[in-house]
Design a protein around this ligand. Structure first.
Ligand code: SAH
Length: 212
């Protein structure tokens, strides 16, 4: 997702107490940042934050961290939090490749990837968020019994993700090629912004939940 450059978005983000800034990134400090011992979950590539904001509202006993690389996009999530603050949601403007600078070993309970950028060219495969290169990073920060969830409507990206999961030795709790047609998996499903948009067009939604 790329929005027009919104002037002042960097400044708004720099001043927001809902954003954890680079100078405060310290692996192992998240329970301190949230001020409790509740589990920590992260969405990587959160976009405007609809999914994570809804999750944080529904599950006040879970701490959520949203990661987004563009300030013009992150701004929307910041504005929402300024309007209606939630104590269990924090935002980071960063490139996901740096994730191990932010979280310590086994600090995260669950990672969500929702409608990640496809990077269709072969030579960009390692930039895809479900690639083996990223799985190796998630392997560091995820708890031993932690889970990674991935939703997309992009069939090629999903098939790539299944191959990478296997190559990296992860196992699936479930894999579906039609999330919205699966009553059981839809229990508690929170729609992301892209999920609403693409399912309304009739695209099937693919999802896996994996662990190692
Ligand atoms: N998860 C949202 C947005 C999907 S669009 C939804 O489902 O509605 C993908 C988002 O991920 C974009 O906003 C993009 O800027 C962000 N993103 C992609 N690659 C990223 C990376 N390497 N690091 C941080 N953010 C990334």
């Amino acid at each position: 997702m790329r929005l027009r450059n919104i002037s002042g978005s960097r400044e708004v983000i720099a001043d927001s107490g809902f954003v954890v800034h680079e100078e405060d990134w310290r692996p192992g400090s998240w329970h301190e940042i949230f001020g409790n011992d509740n589990p920590i979950q992260a969405e990587i590539g959160m976009g405007k934050g609809k999914f994570l904001y809804t999750m944080a509202k529904l599950h006040p006993m879970i701490n959520y961290v949203g990661i987004e690389k563009y300030s013009s996009v992150l701004l929307r999530a910041v504005q929402k939090l300024e309007e209606e603050p939630l104590p269990n949601l924090k935002l980071l403007r960063m490139e996901a490749e740096e994730i191990t600078r932010v979280f310590g070993a086994r600090e995260v309970d669950r990672i969500y990837l929702n409608f990640s950028d496809p990077w269709p060219k072969d030579r960009h495969a390692k930039r895809r968020l479900p690639s083996r290169e990223f799985l190796a990073r998630y392997d560091v920060i995820l708890k031993k019994d932690g889970r990674l969830e991935f939703k997309t409507d992009n069939r090629e990206l999903f098939e790539f993700a299944l191959g990478e999961m296997e190559a990296a030795g992860w196992k699936a709790d479930y894999v579906t090629f039609d999330l919205h047609g699966d009553e059981k998996l839809m229990e508690g499903n929170v729609m992301t912004e892209y999920e609403e948009k693409f399912s309304a067009l009739g695209n099937p939604i693919y999802k896996y939940q994996i662990y190692r």
